[in-house]
Design a binder for this molecule. Structure first.
Ligand code: SAM
Length: 243
């Protein structure tokens, strides 16, 4: 049975502290006491730790020894905002699959009411990612950016290999684009950005913008996938190449 990992909210070089619901669970449900041992994640590193003190509803650990941690997939999911429940499911699955960063985007076909409500949902998305990271025993929590407009992001300069999942694309597969990116990266591991459109797909002007800014359009096959299915499929394919 693998030991549960706790992701600390606060830490320094010698201690890490749980607060809020995690601390409450540890105190009330697990009846934790000083001396209890646990794996604690602090600042993207995993430590074997020992409970030092419980004070004012917070649980402080002494960090005893750093443990082997698995790196996240060097992937940013540039995800057009769509139906929140489906999108939140995709955030949870993308976290389990190792994504490093999720950048929610307002695309032309993002429904207006979702675009307006998105900024207020970012904290909820971060909580979902944190809980999924804990469950997946990750040593880090994916970064969830505040929602931005797709056009501003597409135009931004970047050293990443930028790939747009395009349902109309037929000739270039994700697999082929990855093989090329890996070959070009030599000994390094390529850093990737993967863009996924909203339920209504990409607008023609967005497809032209991707193309004009060096994004590679790729296909995930002849069938039209839901955005969340496309996200999971793409991350699974990338993980099979990079892990
Ligand atoms: N409204 C579009 C249509 O019916 O053609 C479907 C958009 S799909 C629900 C949402 C996003 O998932 C697309 O914009 C694309 O990024 C991705 N996607 C879905 N199927 C894909 C495929 N076969 N190849 C590449 N990307 C795909």
């Amino acid at each position: 049975m693998t030991r549960r990992r706790w992701i600390a909210e606060h830490w320094d070089e010698a201690t890490a502290t749980l607060v809020g619901t995690q601390a409450e669970h540890m105190i009330r449900v697990l009846r934790a006491q000083p001396g209890m041992e646990a794996d604690v994640v602090a600042g993207g590193h995993v430590f074997h730790a020992e409970l030092a003190a419980i004070e004012n509803g917070e649980v402080r650990f002494n960090l005893l020894a750093e443990l082997e941690a698995e790196p996240a997939l060097p992937v940013t999911l540039v995800m057009a905002i769509y139906k929140f429940d489906h999108m939140e499911w995709a955030i949870e699955k993308a976290t389990e699959l190792g994504v490093a960063t999720i950048a929610p985007m307002i695309a032309r076909r993002t429904e207006k009411h979702l675009a307006q409500a998105a900024a207020k949902r970012a904290e909820r998305w971060r909580r979902i990612a944190r809980e999924a990271a804990q469950q997946a025993r990750r040593s880090d929590v994916p970064v969830i950016h505040d929602p931005a407009t797709l056009e501003s992001h597409v135009r931004q300069a970047s050293t990443a290999t930028r790939i747009v999942l395009a349902e109309q694309e037929r000739s270039t597969t994700l697999r082929y684009a990855l093989e090329q990116a890996i070959a070009a990266a030599g000994e390094e591991t390529p850093v990737l950005e993967i863009a996924i459109g909203p339920e209504g797909g990409w607008a023609p002007a967005e497809e032209a913008l991707f193309d004009a800014n060096g994004w590679r359009a790729v296909s995930l096959g002849p069938r039209i996938l839901r955005a969340e299915t496309a996200a999971i499929s793409a991350l699974a394919v990338i993980g099979s190449f990079l892990e």
